[in-house]
Write a protein that binds this ligand. Structure first.
Ligand code: LLP
Length: 424
């Protein structure tokens, strides 16, 4: 008998009969096959989020360019490619992944302040939808390159609108003047006039990305107004834009609530985009995959001292950096509901750093060594920010779709740790 009343739709991650499932698969089965630490993704959850946003934006011509940096696993990208997603990339590596996964080049936009000539050339050759150009230097280099390749590069200038977006951490704010991102607002018009005359450039759109994990529509409205005003201004100069790219950053709830809803976002954004006559692009990453992933980890030891109770797990900051790097909060719960006494714990990893923690001062059922824990909402910026620090092979990744689980990336081996080195 189910211990949790059946939800209207199958929750991607829920306890049934006291055991955490991903869709229809008990996660203990996944651990039995592939061990811990283990990233587990729900294909159904990814599809559902993409479809929600796609439907909300349906009244306006639009493209959702999924931000590959959030989670670039090929199985994730293939799932999204099959839904008609495009990709927002920031490197030649992400271009390679997006193309391998079957995302058509004409649905790819290339962001980032430091694209190399080789990366620009690869993307030009591939025939991507647009380059989000972030400086005059990049604009000129791209024009020269396109000329030597006998091509014109499709371009949007990424404008820095001077908006201090309300994100939970300073590291994820990108819309204010003092960041390295975008063309300063007061320079944008002039640079468009220069771009329109460059022989290797085809001016196509305007781009803005104000930050990540934004939970209200208001900063997006301000950013949109800023760039649609600019588009109008440019039209008077005889420069016609086709689209506005509002970037990513749509926030999710880490505590289990709704976050920024696609409906609220679209209700306020769509009418203004319609007025502008422009096509809409968005570059969400976290919104689509954030809640679609958990990290499973095994408790190694429990240790008490200094007024603290430490739960030491086999996953550390190299596997999940968000708690340490952004003070990111992730729900942690036992995979098998134990009903044990609750208490305050720090969930920490095996890495030799005091900053190696997954949760601090957390009130939870106190687990025993050998038990499994699930760290929730790690589908975005979980594996993609992982490293081999302390010479720890990175975890495996599994994709669950209904009652089927597929290994999406095998666990790294000790040989993988030294494979690229020459000193053997
Ligand atoms: N577009 C651009 C130009 C970006 O720089 C980013 C994220 C996105 C789109 C996607 O943002 P999203 O929709 O996923 O919020 N590692 C941090 C987040 C860094 C975001 C970097 N840029 C974290 O774990 O919170």
């Amino acid at each position: 008998m189910e211990t949790v009343s059946a939800p209207a739709r199958l929750e991607a991650f829920a306890h049934r009969d006291g055991l955490l499932h991903c869709e229809r698969v008990p996660v203990t089965d996944l651990v039995a096959r592939w061990g811990t630490p283990l990233y587990v993704y729900s294909a159904g959850a990814i599809r559902e989020r993409f479809a929600e946003l796609d439907e909300a934006l349906a009244p306006v011509p639009h493209m959702i360019a999924y931000s590959v940096k959030a989670n670039g696993n090929l199985s994730v990208l293939r799932t999204l490619a099959a839904m008609g997603a495009g990709a927002d990339i920031v490197s030649g590596g992400e271009l390679h992944r997006a193309m391998l996964a079957g995302i058509p080049p004409e649905r790819i936009v290339f962001s980032g302040v430091g694209k190399t000539i080789h990366e620009l050339a690869a993307a030009l050759q591939a025939g991507i939808y647009a380059f989000n150009v972030e400086s005059e230097g990049e604009l000129c280099a791209l024009s020269d390159l396109a000329c030597t390749m006998g091509m014109r590069a499709p371009v949007a200038l990424r404008v820095n609108p001077g908006i201090d977006s309300p994100t939970p951490h300073a590291y994820t704010r990108t819309g204010h003047a003092a960041t390295k991102f975008g063309i300063p607002a007061e320079r944008a018009r002039d640079l468009y006039c220069i771009a329109a005359k460059l022989p290797g450039i085809r001016v196509r759109g305007v781009d803005v990305h104000i930050g990540s994990q934004i939970l209200s529509v208001e900063p997006y409205l301000r950013a949109l107004e800023h760039v649609t005003d600019l588009a109008l201004d440019l039209r008077r100069e005889g420069i016609e834009l086709e689209y506005v790219d509002l970037g990513g950053g749509l926030g999710i709830s880490y505590e289990g609530g709704e976050g920024l809803s696609a409906r609220d976002f679209a209700e306020q954004i769509v009418p203004r985009v319609q007025e502008s006559g422009l096509r809409l692009l968005v570059e969400p990453g976290r919104y689509i995959v954030g809640a679609a992933g958990v990290l499973l980890t095994r408790v190694l030891y429990i240790k008490e001292g200094g007024g603290k109770r430490f739960v030491i797990t086999d996953a550390g900051m190299n596997d999940l950096l968000r708690p340490s790097h952004y003070a990111g909060w992730h729900a942690v719960e036992p995979v098998v509901a134990s009903g044990r006494a609750r208490g305050q714990v720090d969930v920490v990893g095996p890495i030799c750093e005091t900053g190696d923690f997954l949760a601090l001062d957390r009130d939870m059922e106190i687990p025993r060594p050998g038990e499994l824990l699930a760290i929730h909402t790690v589908g975005a910026y979980g594996f993609s920010m992982s490293s081999q620090y302390n010479q720890r092979p990175r975890p495996a990744e599994v994709m669950v779709d209904g009652d089927t689980a597929t290994l999406a990336r095998r666990r790294e081996t000790l040989d993988d740790l030294v494979a690229a080195e020459t000193g053997i």
